[in-house]
Design a protein around this ligand. Structure first.
Ligand SMILES: Cc1cc2nc3c(=O)[nH]c(=O)nc-3n(C[C@H](O)[C@H](O)[C@H](O)COP(=O)(O)OP(=O)(O)OC[C@H]3O[C@@H](n4cnc5c(N)ncnc54)[C@H](O)[C@@H]3O)c2cc1C
Length: 439
């Protein structure tokens, strides 16, 4: 196999751009030849999926990447045991389309269906039901991992398994994944939308939702200061007891042009947040909706990341432990409101107590806040550094899937198993994120 010439690559936030030599194997047995070609050319490699990570964890500048997206076959499905095995390039959306008509669903899904199985494992992604299901990796039974010295099958209990779950693609190329799937009574969700006026109300609704609602998430208006800090809208849902098993379709409205960088400014951000808040408050109450609208509302706007203009945007997601979560989130929201930077999509959620299986898994019990910031250069970096201080002080950490700039010391402080993890990194694999964080 010959390595193709370098071509451009960018991640979802479009701030970090790279040029790399992209291999796109059609069959699993070609992966070994791809690895050999990279070795012969003297470059490292990295498995990549659908590029939905925001920063540099899915980039490997001036080196090689192995694009998994053609390795998307379903290998087996046992409905009695509720176990599915598929190649790592299969998207969660495509798998949902196979499972839903049969009365099954993935145990947890992130906020977009355009994520591969390999990407879901390598970032140990979480969904709206973390309290019940834990992370994606908590439901994985076996993995076929191609290392530079051959293929290994790994399972819970193996150290290499714990390194590979949330291992950012650095322990080898994931060829296939076996996962436990969940029976569902229908493909509809009984959803409640509840406006709230401040952070204390958010925490009260979150606590009260635990027993009855599997899926919970909230949007907060981060342009609000003073008494309205943390004002937002809480959404919670459970699978509806009936309503049939229609899967989702792949309709999405394209975002045809790249928005000019002046399109988003403090005024339009404020206006958007006020309008969104009002629209959500109008929807307050209960509704029966299809799972796609509940889990993946952003997917209906294909390519929405271009709305932030040519300079792209940073996503910032942290988790703070229970003890410091409320005050830490309040402090961050105050700091953001003061900066006038704002974020269209500020998402607030709680994580449950189920331990994450990966050495570098992001979720821990507590509160997670995710925000988007248009890239305004030094001003944005200054704000993000101030947020870092709050997160560090609160004993929290940042999510590598969303990161393209956190200082190495911040990563080390948040991930105490880093040194142990490093012993499982395959020397043939690397990424921009890894070189930055270990420099
Ligand atoms: C709109 C949106 C909403 C999101 N919501 C959530 C959310 O709710 N929860 C959450 O946890 N995340 C969320 N994310 C982040 C997303 O789930 C992760 O970044 C996910 O890992 C992306 O998967 P991907 O297939 O695009 O992989 P990529 O972004 O291409 O790669 C991600 C990582 O996986 C590795 N990788 C990919 N394939 C392989 C393979 N075959 N073998 C080895 N390594 C591999 C890469 O090296 C990289 O480190 C969201 C992202 C978007 C854009």
């Amino acid at each position: 196999m010959i390595l193709p010439a370098p071509g451009p690559a960018e991640s979802w936030g479009r701030v970090v751009r790279a040029s790399s030599r992209r291999l796109a194997p059609q069959f699993r047995d070609e992966v070994a030849r791809g690895l050999a070609a990279a070795r012969d050319a003297g470059v490292s490699t990295l498995g990549v999926g659908l590029g939905r990570s925001y920063g540099d964890s899915g980039l490997n500048s001036d080196q090689a990447v192995i694009d998994a997206r053609h390795l998307d076959r379903l290998i087996s499905f046992d409905p009695d045991a509720g176990v599915l095995r598929a190649e790592a390039g299969a998207s969660l959306g495509a798998l949902a389309q196979v499972l839903a008509p049969r009365g099954f669903f993935l145990p947890t899904v992130p906020g977009t269906r355009f994520v591969t199985l390999g990407g879901a494992v390598a970032n140990d992604v979480h969904g709206k039901n973390h309290e019940r299901a834990g992370t994606f990796g908590a439901n994985v039974r076996r993995i076929g991992l191609r290392r530079s010295d051959g293929v290994v099958e790994i399972a819970p209990g193996d150290d290499l398994f714990a390194a590979t779950i949330g291992g950012l693609g650095l322990t080898g190329f994931i060829e296939w994944v076996e996962i436990g799937v969940t029976r569902i009574p229908s493909t509809l969700i009984d959803q409640e939308t509840i406006p709230f006026d401040d952070l204390d109300a958010f925490f009260a609704i979150a606590a009260e939702s635990k027993a009855r609602f599997e899926h919970t998430v909230a949007w907060v208006d981060c342009t609000q200061g003073g008494k309205s800090i943390g004002r937002g809208v809480f959404t919670r849902g459970v699978w509806a007891p009936d309503g049939g098993f229609a899967p989702h379709t792949d309709r999405a409205l394209p975002v045809p042009i790249e928005a000019p960088s002046f399109a988003l400014n403090p005024l339009t951000l404020k206006a958007f947040n006020v309008a969104y808040d009002a629209a959500q408050r109008l929807k307050a109450g209960t509704a029966r909706v299809h799972y796609t609208g509940h889990f993946w509302p952003l997917d209906s706007l294909f390519g929405w990341n271009k709305l932030y203009g040519p300079k792209g945007f940073y996503q910032y997601q942290c988790v703070l432990p229970w003890a410091t979560g409320r005050d830490g989130v309040a402090e961050m929201l105050r700091r953001i409101a003061r900066s006038g930077e704002g974020s269209f999509l500020a998402v607030l959620k709680t994580f449950g107590d189920r331990p994450s299986p990966g050495m570098l898994s992001f979720p821990m019990p507590g509160t997670t806040l995710a925000l988007d910031f248009r890239n305004r250069g030094a001003a944005t970096m200054k704000l993000l550094a101030a947020l870092d201080d709050i997160v560090r002080e609160a004993g929290g950490r940042l999510y590598p899937a969303k990161d393209g700039r956190m200082p190495a010391a911040m990563f080390r402080a948040g991930y105490p198993a880093l040194d142990r993890f490093a012993t499982f990194v395959d020397p043939a694999f690397s990424s921009d994120f890894w070189r930055r964080i270990t420099a």
